[in-house]
Design a protein around this ligand. Structure first.
Ligand code: GDP
Length: 524
């Protein structure tokens, strides 16, 4: 067994992060480029270094098929210059749901990926809000600089003005978007000139130029970059860790430009796992016996519920497969014989893991997002998962009234698991609860599980609301009198007022300034 010092050292070399972005910004491209770059480094010198782009992709697809688990549910682990990088995926597109937010409870840092032509986009903003609320520091990567986009300074202003995040650029582009010659490295004033490698899939070729060489070769674009750079803020560790500033890089994931820099920045600046506060706010030391937080539970849509995989972020100690740990919520033992590093280096069962690592536990029927697992002798319980502001609403009814009991039981269970939030209103009665979710995919999951797991097929009717605000029982009457507004009570006792959109909300607010209509900030 490793010594205690071993756990601290292992934690220190880990970086656990997620990419937050809007669909199409280039998250898949960047993920692949990061993993590939790290692998190229790791395999440099290997005799048969077949480190092609195809390799990484096909490895993932094989695993995806063999396991029947979507890659979007996974964590990817790779080594880079002696560090262990854990990259957690944040499902987007149609998969955007509470799971996407929950992933952010398991990371120590986030990379905010922006499309240089679009800047901040809606999904990025939502994820950024969760990061801010949780105190997750954010590194910004401005992608697609190889093609026309916004001005670099305009993008920086956008961050500062729209979300109050002050950028401290680490590099600065030489040449406007679309005419990318390279970057000014603000650390030492050199220029890193890029030449795209043939085929695009390999590392960009980099040349390092002294300032006077850069000026001779690139002229005005270099001079402009130097002038602009002089106006920018410098990196500052404490404001970065406090979420007030963001180190920022320009690049082009598709051409592998800026990818090495991003990996280096992650290693240099992103925090390694820190002692996690328990429910009383007391930090659990990293070298304390094993503890972990379940941040996501994936029930295969077409499988029996026994095949549920719980993703656990290791918070302290050394995790060993085969050990029996305690499930804090029930006090019951949980055997970890089938621990998997779902997309880990060894791509199979995982034997040991350290703080910051992610393991997938199969047969995890009893585990729910927010649950703690701990060493049998050293109990701890971490704060559970918050409920997030729902944006999709549907009335749910049992399809066959003779299954009313199974229906009630199923809804209660899915509510407890955090699959959906369950609201009730006097108007609709107990037999027709309103289900509320971040992403509409949750309704499909609900319908599928209600039928297959609880034997109670349901009928779902989508409601035209897209926004919920916290209100008070005494405000119900006034709100119910408004058309297109509905008030319902959530299982946790919160009263929510539902609105079709923000314009409807503001018109009600204007007419009734004294009503409580508080935003449901993620994490509240
Ligand atoms: P995701 O939806 O965020 O995962 O985005 P993808 O990685 O699938 O990329 C969306 C599209 O943008 C694809 O066609 C990519 O080839 C393209 N793309 C990604 N990165 C870059 C880049 O740096 N430059 C350019 N020009 N295109 C890019």
């Amino acid at each position: 067994m490793n010594s205690v010092a071993g756990v601290d050292a292992e934690a220190t070399r880990r970086r656990t992060f997620a990419v937050i972005s809007h669909p199409d910004a280039g998250k898949s491209t960047l993920t692949e480029a990061l993993a590939l770059h790290a692998r190229v480094i790791a395999e440099a010198g290997a005799v048969h270094g077949k480190a092609g782009r195809k390799g990484v992709v096909s490895d993932w697809m094989e695993i995806e098929q063999a396991r029947g688990i979507s890659i979007t549910s996974a964590a990817l682990q790779f080594e880079y210059h002696g560090n262990v990088i854990n990259l957690l995926d944040t499902p987007g597109h149609a998969d955007f749901s509470e799971d996407t937010y929950r992933v952010l409870a398991a990371v120590d840092c986030a990379v905010m990926l922006l499309d240089s032509a679009k800047g901040l986009e809606p999904q990025t903003l939502k994820l950024f809000d969760v990061c801010r609320h949780r105190g997750v520091p954010v590194i910004t990567f401005i992608n697609k600089w190889d093609r026309p986009g916004l001005e670099a300074l305009a993008l920086c202003d956008q961050l500062e003005e729209r979300i109050g995040l002050r950028p401290t650029p680490l590099n600065w582009p030489v040449g406007i978007a679309g005419e990318f010659a390279g970057v000014l490295d603000r650390d030492d004033g050199h220029m890193v000139a890029f030449e795209r490698a043939p085929g695009g899939a390999r590392r960009s070729v980099e040349r390092r130029l002294e300032p006077d060489e850069a000026e001779r070769e690139f002229g005005d674009p270099w001079v402009t970059a130097v002038e602009e750079s002089a106006l920018l803020d410098e990196y500052d560790e404490s404001s970065f860790l406090a979420g007030k500033t963001t180190p920022l890089l320009f690049g082009a994931a598709v051409a592998n430009i800026g990818v090495r820099q991003l990996l280096d920045v992650l290693v240099r600046l992103a925090p390694s796992p820190a002692p996690r506060p328990d429910r009383e706010g007391v930090p659990r030391p990293l070298d304390a016996p094993f503890s972990g937080l379940v941040f996501k539970v994936q029930a295969g849509m077409d499988r029996a519920h026994r095949d549920r995989v719980a993703f656990v972020r290791i918070c302290s100690g050394r995790f060993e497969r085969g050990s029996v740990v305690t499930h804090a919520a029930t006090g019951r033992p949980f055997a970890t014989k089938y621990a998997q590093a779902i997309f880990g280096r060894d791509r199979d069962t995982i034997d040991v893991a350290y703080p910051g690592d992610i393991v997938g536990l199969v047969n995890a029927t009893a585990l729910r997002p927010g649950d703690t697992l701990h060493d049998r002798e050293a109990p701890v319980e971490f704060p559970g998962m918050p409920s997030f502001a729902p944006e999709n609403f549907a009335v749910c009814r049992v399809a066959d009234t003779s299954k009313a009991k199974q229906f009630r039981k199923g809804i209660e269970q899915l509510d407890r698991e955090g699959v959906v939030q369950v609201l009730r209103s006097d108007l609709r009665g107990d037999a027709a609860p309103i289900l509320a979710a971040v992403g509409p995919l949750q309704f499909e999951v609900t319908a599928h599980r209600m039928e297959n797991e609880f034997g109670a097929p349901v009928r779902l009717e989508r409601l035209a609301y897209s926004l919920a605000r916290r209100t008070r029982p005494e405000d119900r009457e006034a709100l119910d009198a408004e058309h297109d507004v509905e008030v319902a009570e959530r299982t946790d006792g919160a009263w929510l007022a539902l609105f079709s959109d923000k314009w409807r909300l503001s018109s009600v607010q204007r007419r009734h300034p004294d009503l409580l209509l508080e935003s449901l900030v993620a994490g509240d």
